[in-house]
Design a protein around this ligand. Structure first.
Ligand SMILES: [Zn+2]
Length: 140
């Protein structure tokens, strides 16, 4: 993966006022991860994140159709690896997308209005994500 262009990077923190917002964002490069991924820092909320994270749900690698497909496959209880096989997207991309899907109004709004999930699908998604969080607290 190439080093992300700062222009393309948005804050992946759903708690942040600048969550996925390009206007007014303040993101800087801040070192690298051991994996070689560029590390970024949002100056608004202070969160550090990888290049793949700030863009996964936004626009760089995935179109809205692809994002919708990934969520639908996930809702059908496909694992990350089978979603990788079906969509051709790397499992890191898929798992980052899932991991960064945090339940709140902004995300739900985004999923329904931009991605085209139904309210019912969102409900199922939250339930699945909650279950996942409870069973794998030790991640990374
Ligand atoms: Zn932020």
């Amino acid at each position: 993966m190439s080093v992300g262009d700062l222009q393309e990077i948005v804050c992946p923190n759903p708690e942040c006022e600048y969550y996925l917002r390009a206007d007014g964002k303040a993101i800087i490069r801040r070192g690298k991860y051991k994996t070689g991924h560029q590390r970024y820092n949002c100056k608004h909320c202070g969160r550090f994140f990888m290049d793949t994270v700030g863009t996964a749900i936004y626009r760089k690698h995935l179109s809205k159709d692809e994002i919708r497909l990934i969520y639908r496959l996930y809702l059908e209880r496909n694992g990350i690896r089978s979603i990788e096989r079906i969509t051709g997207h790397h499992r890191d991309t898929v798992s980052n997308l899932i991991r960064d899907t945090v339940r709140n109004e902004k995300t739900e709004d985004y999923l329904v209005k931009q991605i085209g999930l139904t309210a019912n699908e969102c409900e199922k998604l939250w339930a699945l994500l909650e279950k996942k969080r409870n069973t794998s607290q030790k991640s990374d």
